[in-house]
Design a protein. Structure first.
Ligand SMILES: C[S@@+](CC[C@H](N)C(=O)[O-])C[C@H]1O[C@@H](n2cnc3c(N)ncnc32)[C@H](O)[C@@H]1O
Length: 312
């Protein structure tokens, strides 16, 4: 199966990152290379793009781009939480643009062996890359009741976190939870108990999201990478972040707000004591949303929010 993914808000990303011939751009989430391909067309020859992804399979999709623009593209299989080191190793500091298109690609979702989808027949794995050992199945079968509740509440905002976690603990005593279908059955049974009406979306949606975030430490990675992007951008360079749920968007929004202000002391302090200086200008006062036509053509885009900042 070829790795495929329809890139989200490509036009908007190009508009805000303003790539020009000769620009130096970092795509922290290469995926199937859709954004990278659009960027390469505008910066090469002469420009350079660094494509990073945790998933080795992401690089399969870029062989086509690679051949056409061999000298333009550098590929690195790593976690973007190590961005500063990766960029320094490959001489990508003073970048003109950085892109973070968070979450997972359609190729990953459709891959049965990865366990991201409710329908997948393979193991409940959910790792973006093989650099870590912890899988979703290990979390479900080894974590305490309290820890499961915390994961489901914090990363899934799941209202039924407590009964679902309890049911997981009793179920795993009978047989370990190793496949998506087992988890879907458990969560659906709890939903049926609490809600009479059938929901339009799969009741296990939030639990799957929570597990994926926990397995890949998605929120920590995002918190770690954002300050590094400021260090790596040239003055006037821009960062574009596409997020797909409120937890990610809040991290980006709060970071942009904090770093666009000179003083971040609590309001009750009469004089500034923090000495904090603003490092960026917010370009998108409100998040940019996909056009209705894009959502029709690519329903995955419906939850996307794009925020952009510029280094000052
Ligand atoms: C939404 S997809 C990107 C799609 C891409 N923009 C395209 O046009 O095809 C997100 C990608 O980011 C990767 N990813 C997620 N977290 C990562 C991390 N911490 N470090 C590196 N790659 C990561 C995933 O493996 C996935 O391939």
């Amino acid at each position: 199966m070829i790795y495929q993914h329809l890139p989200v808000m490509v036009e908007e990303v190009i508009h805000y990152l303003r790539p020009k011939v000769g620009s130096k751009i970092i795509d922290c989430t290469l995926g199937a290379g859709g954004h990278t391909e659009a960027l390469i067309k505008r910066i090469c020859p002469g420009g350079k793009i660094l494509g990073i992804d945790l998933d080795l399979r992401a690089f399969e999709a870029t062989t086509k781009i690679n051949q056409k623009n061999k000298n333009c593209l550098t590929l690195v299989n790593d976690n973007f939480k190590n961005l500063e080191k990766i960029a320094n190793d490959h001489k990508f500091n003073q970048a003109d643009g950085i892109l973070l298109d968070l979450g997972l690609s359609s190729g990953q979702l459709q891959d049965q062996a990865r366990g991201f989808s409710f329908l997948a027949s393979g193991p409940l794995d959910m790792r973006f890359g093989r650099q870590t050992d912890l899988t979703a199945s290990q979390i479900l079968n080894t974590r305490s009741l309290e820890k499961l509740i915390e994961i489901f509440k914090n990363f899934g905002e799941e209202k039924l976190a407590v009964p679902i976690a309890r049911k997981i603990i009793t179920s795993r005593k009978i047989s370990p939870i190793t496949e998506p279908v087992q988890l879907v059955k458990i969560v659906s049974a709890i939903y049926r108990k609490f809600y009479k009406a059938k929901s339009k979306i799969n009741p296990a949606t939030k639990i799957f999201q929570a597990l994926r975030i926990a397995v890949n430490q998605e929120l920590e990675n995002l918190e770690n990478v954002l300050p590094q992007t400021i260090k790596l951008l040239a003055r006037g360079g821009r960062l574009a972040v596409i997020s797909y749920h409120s937890l990610e968007d809040k991290i980006v929004k709060d970071f942009f707000r904090r770093e666009s202000r000179d003083c971040i002391c609590p309001p009750e302090l009469p004089i500034c004591q923090c000495g904090h200086l603003k490092k960026l200008k917010i370009i998108t006062k409100k998040p940019v949303l996909p056009k209705p036509q894009e959502i029709i053509e690519n329903p995955r885009a419906r939850s996307a929010k794009l925020r952009v900042m510029e280094k000052i």
